[in-house]
Design a protein around this ligand. Structure first.
Ligand SMILES: Cc1ncc(COP(=O)(O)O)c(C=O)c1O
Length: 412
């Protein structure tokens, strides 16, 4: 069954501008269904929670629907494991402070050099509590974690391991089952930053058996917001910072103040949008079997195929342009081990100049370090303007890849 890219593109009003949105790793465009859900919230349900009147009751339902949708996307047991927040960074800083309350001097935390700083800095702050940080390094040749060092990084004093599902800079997909199993065997808590992973791969928190997993709906076609999954027992055990009148049950006890209800309405709509792409094998894109989780699996498998084949085209084209240096996995045989996010420099031009020139042609890409601050410094790119990042999304097309490549060719 052919991937219906044109029909999918038709659902995204922003694409009508003709711009090429290769800035997806920084945030994706939203389909009309998400825009409608957010605006319907304001028209029909705008109120605070837990009141005894219609709009408040509807707000409560919308939050419950948002939790249920995210539970399906992540395969959480139920919505009680889903915490909503402003964004992943805020949720992670909050959680780290809470976990810090349990730590003793000399307790160890493992972080990786490959991660976004939102999954490093919150843990580094715990050095103020006496925590010792251990680093898992990556191989600059293909920007993949040095898993052979895992056994040395994790010790009997490890209390928490924080790792990304995929690198937002280089697209490397980490071997989460192996990494998380090693941490669990040492009795450590596990935290997964799935912000860059979630738009490209199916997540199963029960299979991963992680304690926490954070993601950001605005990277998977939803509104600006953050989601934290937490294992129920751990959410109940921890002692969160909270105001006294707020509910003391999980997940509410981790949500500080009034939630962004309109964004949560949009989060549920984004999950439903993805699920609706799910295909019943043999019957085509229009029909799918009941069960949102099953449809999501089918949808994300199709998205992964589409993005991988487009990325093969992008990578092959980039390699042909003289002066282009690509960071990350470049072996065409390993394309399915990575997300469709290319990080590169072009000789003779700064990353900002390249992004500026592409931007003038309506091609949106990022330049800089994208907060993969440690990794960019490790590669020596930190004080050289970082690199250019072009990321594909489920609405990217072959024509857009070709337009991007020919714009770069012309720059040479
Ligand atoms: C891998 C990764 N982790 C964390 C973040 C931070 O997410 P948020 O903007 O929701 O705080 C980002 C944002 O770019 C990211 O790409």
């Amino acid at each position: 069954m052919e991937y219906p890219v044109e029909r999918i593109r038709g659902q995204f009003p922003a694409l009508a501008s003709g711009a090429v949105f290769f800035d997806g790793p920084g945030g994706t465009q939203v389909p009309q269904a998400v825009i409608d859900a957010v605006s319907a919230y304001y028209r029909e349900a705008n109120a605070n929670e837990h009141g005894l009147f219609a709009t408040s009751r509807r707000s409560d339902e919308i939050v419950a629907e948002g939790r249920a949708a995210m539970a399906d996307l992540l395969n959480a047991r139920d919505g009680d494991g889903i915490v909503f927040g402003a964004n992943m960074t805020t949720l992670t800083l909050h959680l780290a402070r809470i976990i810090g309350r349990e730590l003793r001097a000399g307790d160890e935390i493992v972080v990786t050099r490959l991660d976004h700083d939102a999954n490093i800095a919150p843990w580094l702050h715990l050095r103020e509590q006496g925590a010792v940080i251990r680093w898992l390094e990556f191989d600059p040749a293909d920007c993949s974690l040095k898993l052979e060092d895992l056994g040395r990084a994790i010790t009997e004093r490890t209390r928490l391991l924080a790792v990304g599902g995929a690198s937002n800079a280089f697209g490397t997909v980490n071997d989460l089952p192996r990494i998380l199993a090693a941490a669990r065997a040492a009795g450590a808590l596990t935290f997964v930053d799935a912000v860059h992973y979630a738009p490209h791969r199916m997540i199963d928190v029960q299979l991963l058996n992680c304690d926490f997993l954070a993601c950001s709906p605005y990277k998977f076609y939803g509104p600006h917001s953050g989601v934290l999954y937490g294992r129920r027992e751990v959410l109940e055990r921890l002692n969160p910072f909270k105001v006294r009148p707020a509910a003391d049950r999980a997940p509410d006890r981790f949500e500080t103040g009034t939630k962004n209800h309109e964004a949560i309405a949009g989060v549920a709509a984004a999950v439903d949008f993805l699920a609706a792409l799910g295909q019943d094998p043999g019957t085509g894109w229009e029909s799918y079997p009941a069960g949102r989780r099953r449809r999501l699996k089918q949808a994300l498998a199709a998205v992964r195929d589409h993005e991988s084949s487009l990325f093969a085209r992008l990578l092959a084209g980039l390699k042909e342009i003289p002066g282009v240096r690509i960071y990350g996995i470049t072996d065409p045989g390993r394309i399915r081990e990575r997300t469709p996010t290319a990080c590169f420099t072009l000789a003779g031009m700064t990353p900002a100049e390249v992004a500026q020139r592409l931007g003038e042609e309506g091609i949106h890409v990022w330049d800089g370090d994208y907060y993969a601050w440690e990794a960019m410094r490790f590669l020596g790119l930190g004080d050289r303007g970082g690199a250019v990042r072009a990321g594909l999304s489920l609405y990217s097309s072959a024509g857009e890849v070709d337009r991007f490549l020919s714009a770069l060719q012309r720059m040479r």
